[in-house]
Design a protein around this ligand. Structure first.
Ligand code: C2E
Ligand code: MG
Ligand code: MG
Ligand code: MG
Length: 281
């Protein structure tokens, strides 16, 4: 009897694994197809300057309009894209498209684009960015590339080289999800970042948890001392906004101002939005 149960458990385990593998294979087939048929879209979320109260830029956030499953978030497909290398052509597409979109949208707004560490392993990133800027006729100073510590974890000279080359052409480099990694502070020494994006988890705790507030205060003053901008991600409430104003971060971003929206909606928002901080607080 114990043997039967064992065998059943084993069989169950096997089918679990099989079905997970099958799902993965199906997702992979769907992703490659999506690349060919153009099912990817870019949504944009405004970034609001606390100095002016106005939208200073937008962050490009990838979406997949799946033919059967509807709109999918990057968390459900970017990791597999990274594993199978598809993130390189897909990420290149995001860079080109987002540069074109923002050039069309405005003559001064900034554009922030997320890059995967895999895009740095493949070497083409500097020429992809250079070409995208020139095709869109976009001032490099308007482009900001967001990387997470996984990029610096590569510890490769080539990666640091690429980051320096990008910075030399006038592109800005931000450290995304600051505070979630193992040694965020040490990365600030390894590369001269232009911006720190304080992870949403700290913003969520800013009112109730004294430690979150202390950390935000410290990062914000570190930014001031180093001459680095500090953006608070995931601002959802007025109370959070007020605390962030008090702690002196330079930009805010979150559902309180707007969710990520398609390009035409961001255009409408830009026309109608004045002082977003005054309106929200
Ligand atoms: P991220 O770069 O840290 O982007 C911020 C995420 O927080 C976005 O999720 C955004 O929709 C969400 N967010 C913004 N404001 C709020 C808020 O007030 N509350 C809450 N709960 N969430 C908020 P999203 O769009 O699902 O993207 C998740 C991650 O996927 C991004 O995190 C980024 O790491 C990655 N990603 C997005 N687009 C790309 C891309 O084009 N290439 C690569 N390699 N990664 C991307
Ligand atoms: Mg980001
Ligand atoms: Mg982030
Ligand atoms: Mg994140």
């Amino acid at each position: 009897r114990a043997k039967d149960a064992g065998r059943r458990a084993y069989r169950f385990f096997e089918t679990e694994m099989e079905s997970r593998l099958r799902n993965r294979r199906e997702l992979e087939v769907d992703l490659r197809q999506a690349m060919v048929t153009g099912e990817f879209e870019i949504f944009y979320q405004p970034i609001v300057s606390l100095a002016t109260g106005h939208i200073s830029g937008v962050e490009a956030l990838l979406r997949w309009r799946h033919p059967r499953e509807g709109l999918k978030l990057p968390g459900s497909f970017v990791p597999l894209c990274e594993e199978i290398g598809l993130i390189v052509p897909l990420g290149d597409w995001v860079v080109r498209q987002a540069c074109r979109d923002v050039a069309w949208l405005s003559d001064h707004l900034g554009i922030a684009i997320n890059l995967s560490s895999v895009q740095f392993k493949q070497h083409g990133i500097v020429s992809t960015v250079t070409q995208a800027l020139s095709h869109a006729n976009l001032d490099p100073a308007r482009l900001e590339l967001e990387i997470t510590e996984s990029v610096l974890l590569l510890e490769s000279e080539e990666t640091l080289d690429a980051l320096h080359q990008l910075r030399d052409i006038g592109v800005r480099i931000s450290m995304d999800d600051f505070g979630t990694g193992y040694s965020s502070l040490s990365y600030l020494r390894r590369f001269p970042f232009d911006r720190i994006k304080i992870d949403r988890s700290f913003i969520q705790g800013v009112e109730a948890q004294a430690d979150c507030r202390a950390i935000i205060r410290a990062v914000s003053s570190l930014g001031t001392d180093l001459g680095i901008d500090t953006t608070a991600e995931g601002v959802e409430t007025k109370e959070q906004l007020r605390a962030l104003i008090d702690e002196g971060v330079t930009e805010v971003q979150g559902f309180l101002f707007s969710r990520p929206v398609p390009l035409d909606e961001i255009r409408t928002l830009l026309v109608n939005s004045g002082d977003m901080v005054g309106a929200a607080a």
